[in-house]
Every structure is written in C-alpha cells, then in structure tokens.
Design a protein around this ligand. Structure first.
Ligand SMILES: [Zn+2]
Length: 333
C-alpha cells in the first residue's frame, strides 16, 4: 500500500488543506480496502453528513459509525487538522517537540491540551504487532540510571529511574552505508552500526525484570552481549546465547564490550534533558517509546507521520484525567 507521505510543509498543506481532507485520510487509514460497516459488514462507500463530519452512515443498514471512536482521537474537541499538524511537527522535527513548543506552534490555548495531544501521539508510537529484535544480528543488553523528576519537586535531577535496553549490532563493510547511518544519527563504530532498539523503564535491576524484558523483545536464539552480572544467567534457559563481559581489570572494557547501547543511553539522556528538560517517572515510558520510534525509523523519517496516524486509528489514548491521576499505563516494550 503505497500511500504518499507529506515530505515538506508545502506537501502537507496540499494534502491536508481542510478538516474534511484530514477526515478522508483517516477513513483511508482505518479502512484501506474501503469502508466496511461494523454493523452489517457491507463494503460500500458510506454516506457523509455535512453537520456531523466525523460520522459515517452505512448506505445499506443506515447504522452510524464514529470515525474517531476507539482511536486516540475519540471525543476530542480539538480540530482533527490540529492533530495532523501536531503529528507532522512531532515527527518531522529531528529531536521531536515538547508539549510547550507544540502549544506555541499550534496556538493551542491551554498547556494541558497540548500535553494530552503529545501523549496521545506517543501512545501511537508503539506498533502493537512489532517483531522481536535479533536473531540474525547480535544484540547488546544493558541497564542505565536516568535522572527523573518527581511531581511537585520542580526541574532537575531528584531521583533516578532504571532503563533497560537492547539494541541490534549490525555489520557492514560498505563505507557509504556507514556514512549514511552516521548522517542519520545512528551510532556507528568501525564496521558496526546500531540496528533496531527496544527500551523499557523498570523499578530496579532484577532477574525477573530482565527476563521479562528480554523474552518480550528479543528473539530466542539471539546472541546477547551483557556485562558480568549473574542475574542474566537464567536467560540461557530461554535459548539465548549469552556473551558476558569477562573482567580483567581494564576500565574501558565495558565500553568496548557494549559500545552501541552505551551510545544509545548517552544520546537518550541528552534528548530527555535537552528537548524535554527531564521527565517524570510516571511518564518516562512514553518518552522512551517516542525515542525508540524515532531511532528505529531514522533511515526513513518521512514515513513517521503515516506510521503515527496508522497506529493512532487502532489505539485508545489516555484521557486527561488518566494522564494526571496515574490510571493510564503507557504502552510498554
Ligand atoms: Zn451497515
């Protein structure tokens, strides 16, 4: 399905000049084979209502279907065109955008509306049917402490959160490909460059957390480089081939043994502190999801806009209340 991506602001404006154009695009995303009535199952162009543009009426059984029900756009009072602008800005700016920047760019009245908008977009940055990484490439696995912000304590580092991450290490002898990777911000070391990434915020480093993260994110049979922590040993039971660091007193050894995941963690911290001025623990996973989404699509950044909206139409997003009272669990990796 070759659907056009907006590559420039001019493209974007031409593709989405009106609320109606955005709604038509959503219909296409939700029903790529043509609208099929959820009530009677008939596949036929629906009736559109001028007074209620988000409603599709089946020409067969006359049942009405809400275009936004069951999606992150459910019951939004914000025009769909503003959502599209938000998705475009968040995905086309290299480091992404904070809620405050988005509020200013889109002229959104309340900060809370912009905050909710970016978090709903972030909920659309984890593909529910994503693959596990590996096994044709070795994987580096490690944990890192990330400075967090606790509500009511203001900005700055107060408490650390633990993040566990796994990244594929791909190899190429093609210097052009390595340069291309480098120019896309992908970590490169000698003949190696970083492939796909997965990150999860965890309460602390335990065997059980590592086991759950790895079995959900890395294909069994993969070779996994780790530090010397014995907590990883039980991963062997799941068919992983472990390559633990053997200490011999060399302080640079860890860096050489796990170069890619160390660069990932370092860039992640820069991004969290720079673009987002550090984030609260409660929402850390949402930011990790955005980081991974961007990282894994660096070679084809233009597809990010369609990916976000494509996931958005199959995903329920958090309400404002859920975001603030903590009832919402950001999708995990
Ligand atoms: Zn019908």
């Amino acid at each position: 399905m070759a659907r056009a991506f907006p590559e420039t602001l001019v493209d974007f404006q031409r593709m989405f000049p009106s609320e109606q154009a955005c709604l038509d695009f959503l219909v296409e995303l939700r029903w790529p084979e043509g609208f099929s009535c959820p009530s009677c199952g008939v596949v036929r162009d629906p009736q559109r209502l001028a007074t209620r543009p988000r409603v599709l009426r089946c020409r067969e059984c006359l049942e009405e279907t809400s275009l936004t029900a069951g999606t992150i756009l459910h019951a939004t009072r914000t025009p769909i065109q503003v959502w599209f602008w938000g998705a475009y800005l968040v995905t086309s700016q290299t480091p992404g955008m904070s809620a405050l920047q988005l509020q200013r760019q889109l002229g959104i009245g309340r900060y809370e509306t912009a905050f909710q908008l970016v978090h709903k977009l972030r909920a659309s940055m984890v593909r529910p049917d994503r693959d596990r990484i590996g096994p044709e490439w070795p994987v580096e696995l490690d944990e890192s402490l990330i400075g967090g912000r606790t509500r009511g304590e203001g900005r700055g580092v107060h408490h650390k959160a633990t993040v566990i991450g796994a990244v594929e290490v791909r190899r190429t002898r093609d210097a052009l490909k390595r340069r291309d990777a480098h120019e896309h911000g992908v970590p490169v070391k000698g003949q190696f460059y970083a492939g796909r990434l997965r990150l999860r915020g965890i309460p602390s480093r335990t065997e059980a957390e590592a086991e759950d993260f790895v079995t959900k994110n890395v294909e069994p049979g993969s070779r996994i480089a780790t530090d010397g922590w014995e907590g990883y040993d039980r991963l062997r039971r799941h068919g992983y081939k472990l390559d633990p660091l053997v200490l011999n007193g060399d302080p640079d050894l860890a860096k050489r043994h796990l170069p890619m995941i160390h660069i990932v963690f370092s860039n992640l911290k820069t991004w969290l502190n720079g673009t987002h001025h550090s984030v609260s623990h409660r929402h850390l996973q949402a930011y990790l999801n955005e980081y991974v989404f961007r990282f894994n699509r660096r070679f084809y950044p233009r597809s990010m806009f369609n990916s976000v909206l494509g996931i958005a139409v199959q995903t329920k997003g958090p309400t404002y209340a859920e975001l603030y009272d903590g009832d919402w669990a950001h999708p995990s990796q």
